[in-house]
Ligand binder design. Sequence first.
Ligand SMILES: *[C@@H]1O[C@H](CO)[C@@H](O)[C@H](O)[C@H]1NC(C)=O
Ligand SMILES: *[C@@H]1O[C@H](CO)[C@@H](O)[C@H](O)[C@H]1NC(C)=O
Ligand SMILES: *[C@@H]1O[C@H](CO)[C@@H](O)[C@H](O)[C@H]1NC(C)=O
Ligand SMILES: *[C@@H]1O[C@H](CO)[C@@H](O)[C@H](O)[C@H]1NC(C)=O
Length: 209
Amino acid sequence: MVLSLMRSVLFFSGLGDGAIVSDLKNRYLHDKHYFKAKSDYVRNPISLTGIRTAIDILEKQPSGYIIMDPYGGIMNNISNDSIAFPHRYGNLYTIQYLVEWHQEEKNRSNEYREWIRDFYDAMASHVSWGPRAAYVNYMDFDLGVMELINTSVLSEDTVEMARVWGEKYFLNNYDRLVKAKTLIDPNNVFKNQQGIPPSTTIGLEARTF
Ligand SMILES: *[C@@H]1O[C@H](CO)[C@@H](O)[C@H](O)[C@H]1NC(C)=O
Ligand SMILES: *[C@@H]1O[C@H](CO)[C@@H](O)[C@H](O)[C@H]1NC(C)=O
Ligand SMILES: *[C@@H]1O[C@H](CO)[C@@H](O)[C@H](O)[C@H]1NC(C)=O
Ligand SMILES: *[C@@H]1O[C@H](CO)[C@@H](O)[C@H](O)[C@H]1NC(C)=O
C-alpha cells in the first residue's frame, strides 16, 4: 500500500478509517489506549526460518504487529560516528514491534507484554548483535532502567549501568555522549530513566567531544 504523506499521517494517527486531515486538530483522546513497543535493527537479510518464526508469532496475537522502516539509500552514506545517532550506514531496516490494547482489556496487559517479549527473544539470532541495537525513540524499559538519579547518587557505576541501554541506542557514541553530558549538565538536571548520566571522573581538561 502506497500512501501520500498526509494519508500516512492519518493512517498512523489512530483516528481510524475515513478520517480526514481536519480531524487531526481534534487532539482529544476518546478512548484510553495502551501499547508496548520494542525495536531491532537488521543488517543482514533475515533467513526464511527467521521470517517463518516471525509470522508464526504474529499469527498468535491479532493485537500485535510490526513495522519495518527501510534504511539504505542516502542513509547508507552516514557513518556511525558522524552524528550521535549511529544506526544508518550498514542497516537494511528497523523493526518496530508493537502490541496495543484498550482500557477494557487492561486485565490482559501482562499477556500482551509477554507476547511481545517472547517475540523479541525469538528474533535474537536474526537481527543485529554486538550489541543488539535499538531505536531510542521507541524507548524500551525492558533494556534496563535506573532510578531518576540525583547528584548525590551519581558515580561511575551509573555510567556503566546506563551503558547497557546506552550502547544499544548509540553504539560507541555512548562514551562521547557521556562526555557531552558531563560538560553540559554535570549535575544531571535533565534526566529520565534511560538518560545519559554525567561522569564524575572525567577531568575538566578532557571534556571535549
Ligand atoms: C554516497 O557517497 C558516494 C561517495 O561520495 C556517492 O558516490 C553516492 O552517490 C552517495 N550515495 C547517495 C545515496 O547519496
Ligand atoms: C477482563 O475484564 C473484562 C471486562 O472488564 C471481562 O469481561 C473479562 O472476563 C476479564 N478477563 C479476565 C481474563 O479476567
Ligand atoms: C537524592 O538521592 C538520595 C539517596 O537516594 C536521597 O536520600 C535524596 O533524598 C535524593 N534527593 C533528591 C532531591 O531527590
Ligand atoms: C562503527 O562501526 C565500526 C565497525 O563496525 C566500529 O569499529 C566502530 O566502533 C563503530 N563506531 C561507533 C561510534 O559505534
